[in-house]
Design a protein. Structure first.
Length: 261
């Protein structure tokens, strides 16, 4: 197993929440669709290549780069705007699609053990591109992807990833981990799906970790579709425009500092 899992109840709740946050991926995409081999493909040569969406800034580079890891529901419908945002910040972005070539629709209620292998395969792919600075690559994960990002940050040898960022990850899964590379964790103070208290315990005493907790913000605080309060399994879900904007600013500043030349 590449990562530890939370309980079935927690996974099912995350599945339902993800369904509110994301729409099915659009069949059309402005980003070049690329494929690469997961890091474990050397041990399983018959494994299908992993699909991903690549966005880059204009110019020759070399640019810093980002490996983006999606939630348990797969690639979000707004992948184009996500890529364009990071390209506008000056980063090559590779949004990994863990599911399509595996024939998966979601993994919210089942273990998914391939996230880290896919992330390291994406790292290797980006490192070979002439317009990418292989010494300045970070991993950013959302929900399930955030779990993977924290796992990578805790590995004894995180390879060439220079930094990691995780949006509302289940920090309890890495409760005893020591994070080896600079790591940014963004979470809402009122989140009762992936509690901020778990992330506070993880970050405590770890100089490599910057934890930002948004007062009064609930789970999925960055999803505009939740402008009106929703309740699911007794949990409150609500978009928080201030927290969403602040999280983008925090991420941009973190990346600028940690991926600087």
């Amino acid at each position: 197993m590449w990562m530890r899992r939370s309980s079935n109840g927690r996974r099912l709740a995350l599945a339902a929440l993800a369904g509110l946050a994301f729409a099915p991926p659009s069949p059309a995409s402005a980003e070049p669709r690329v494929k690469f081999n997961a890091a474990q493909a050397q041990e399983s040569p018959a494994a299908a290549p992993i699909q991903a969406y690549l966005t880059r800034p204009g110019g020759e580079g070399p640019f810093p780069a980002l490996v983006l890891l999606h939630s348990c529901l797969g690639v979000p419908a707004n992948k184009t705007s996500i890529g364009e945002m990071f390209a506008g910040w000056g980063y090559v972005a590779l949004l990994v699609d863990d599911f399509t070539t595996r024939g998966l629709r979601e993994t919210c209620a089942a273990d998914f053990g391939d996230g880290a292998a896919d992330a390291f395969g994406a790292l290797a792919y980006l490192s070979r591109l002439s317009y990418v600075d292989a010494k300045r690559i970070a991993v950013i994960g959302y929900s399930q992807g955030g779990d993977t990002a924290l796992q990578i940050a805790s590995m004894r040898s995180p390879a060439a990833f220079k930094a990691a960022a995780a949006f509302y990850p289940p920090c309890q899964n890495q409760a005893d981990a020591k994070l080896k590379i600079p790591t940014l964790i963004l979470i809402g103070q009122a989140d009762d799906v992936t509690p901020a208290a778990d992330c506070e315990r993880l970050a405590r005493g770890q100089p490599n970790v910057k934890l930002v907790v948004y007062p009064g913000a609930y789970h999925l605080f960055d999803d505009p579709a939740l402008a009106a309060v929703k309740r699911l399994f007794g949990m409150r879900l609500q978009y928080d425009a201030g927290a969403a904007e602040q999280s983008r600013s925090e991420l941009r500043d973190f990346l600028a500092a940690k991926l600087a030349r």
